[in-house]
Design a binder for this molecule. Sequence first.
Ligand SMILES: Nc1ncnc2c1ncn2[C@@H]1O[C@H](COP(=O)(O)OP(=O)(O)OP(=O)(O)O)[C@@H](O)[C@H]1O
Ligand SMILES: [Mg+2]
Length: 252
Amino acid sequence: MADDNKKVVIELQDVKREFLVGDETVHALRGVSFKIYEGEFVTIMGKSGSGKSTLLNQLGCLDTPTKGEYYLDGVSVRKMSKPQRAVLRNRKIGFIFQNYNLLPKTTSVENVELPLMYNTGISAKERRERAIAALQAVGLGDRLYHRSNQMSGGQMQRVAIARALVNNPAVILADEATGNLDTRTSFEILVLFQKLHAQGRTIIFVTHNPDIANYSSRNIMLRDGHVISDEYNKNIMSAAEGLSALPANTDE
Ligand SMILES: Nc1ncnc2c1ncn2[C@@H]1O[C@H](COP(=O)(O)OP(=O)(O)OP(=O)(O)O)[C@@H](O)[C@H]1O
Ligand SMILES: [Mg+2]
């Protein structure tokens, strides 16, 4: 729950993002404010055009607000240059995308090692060890040297989750992370997200699928660039139970 004794990982203060299109101004975010505390699993929902991707780009340090402040782990992102943001992003954020974004024809371990390449303080040996540990943590200890084109969608998403974890980021940002997966595989991935949440990870999951909000601890709804609701989930459903309740004949 919201608790000022807990560490604030993300703070947005009246964030606005405007785009100039011809001589018209598009108000994609119209003053968004919230704090996200360490260990929260937050879903961000809203209809098409409500501002989800624009918000995700702010949170992921891919873009900066037109107005307002964004603090990531206590650091003001607004005043940063692009290269400074890139360093911050690499150190503090693990990204998980709908289409996995793995390097094609590249092994799992090599994909997972990638975020560590930018850190010269980590030796090749340590890099490999950490990649293997991250893959084991997502249940892929037996697929270390498979290439991305030799794996299922669910396995590729697990590799992407391992890659997001390997740098021990302050926040995991997921964008429709189950959007390309069938029901059973989506549940398996949600089980993994709930496991990470139980381990104290901070997760932000952007989706237009209202079902996902049943499994998170808090849900923020956007409409037309505004936050229209921000609620804690008093009855978090178990993805593991949902998975075991699925009919057996849908097994892969
Ligand atoms: N680069 C841009 N230039 C101009 N307008 C933009 C730009 N990016 C987003 N917008 C506008 O800002 C609004 C919010 O767009 P955004 O992509 O954040 O919506 P979304 O909630 O992610 O929608 P979807 O579910 O369809 O992905 C839309 O009206 C969109 O047209
Ligand atoms: Mg979008």
